[in-house]
Design a protein. Structure first.
Length: 190
């Protein structure tokens, strides 16, 4: 096709060659791996924090602080991945690339397909969870209570009104608490 346009097939546009070299260098320095790992671990930490923080009633700004810290750490992790090799041997400066090194594929096609299918599964599961699970506001919790009727365990059945009176007194006392919604007596009667 290039020959039909009057160009040689050996000539590569400079911007294409530069982007190819940059992609090869990012792959060689494992920046893509660090970005993916950081994204997964960051998401996991945010999910754990969002689940745990409401229990001790921590303020909302603490979760925002965690999210901002994770987002701020992302470019730092990418710069460190570019400059250093991290492994079992510790932190070492990345060696310069060989001059004649060709850019091999990062993954064999078989593994690439497996990772692609796993990524599609994760996106599908996240989408299903987002659209199918009910949305419950996490900050507004309605506190409500229902008082069940008391049973009369005495031998004298004429004392049934005492059990009803105790239930009415408990309902009246709980109704005085402003933050508490008390279910009416007629809703819990058999």
């Amino acid at each position: 096709m290039h020959a039909a346009l009057g160009r040689s097939a050996d000539v590569i546009a400079p911007h294409t060659a530069a982007s190819h070299v940059l992609r090869c260098e990012l792959r060689r320095r494992k920046v893509y791996r660090v970005a993916g790992g950081y994204a997964v671990v960051g998401w996991l930490l945010i999910q754990i924090a969002a689940t745990i923080f409401p229990a001790p009633q921590l303020p909302a700004w603490t979760l925002r602080l965690i999210v901002i810290a994770i987002l701020a750490g992302f470019p730092i992790a990418l710069v460190v991945a570019w400059a250093f090799d991290v492994g079992l041997h510790g932190l070492k400066e990345t060696a310069p690339a060989a001059a004649a090194e060709d850019c091999p594929p990062a993954l064999a096609p078989k593994w690439r397909n497996i990772y692609l299918l796993a990524a599609i599964d994760v996106v599908a599961a996240a989408g299903a969870g987002f659209f199918l699970l009910p949305r419950v506001p996490g900050s507004k919790l309605d506190k409500s209570i229902a008082v069940l009727p008391f049973d009369n365990f005495s031998e004298n059945k004429e004392n049934e009104h005492f059990a009803d009176g105790i239930q009415d007194d408990v309902l009246t006392s709980l109704a005085k608490i402003g933050e508490l919604k008390v279910i009416s007596r007629s809703s819990v009667m058999p």
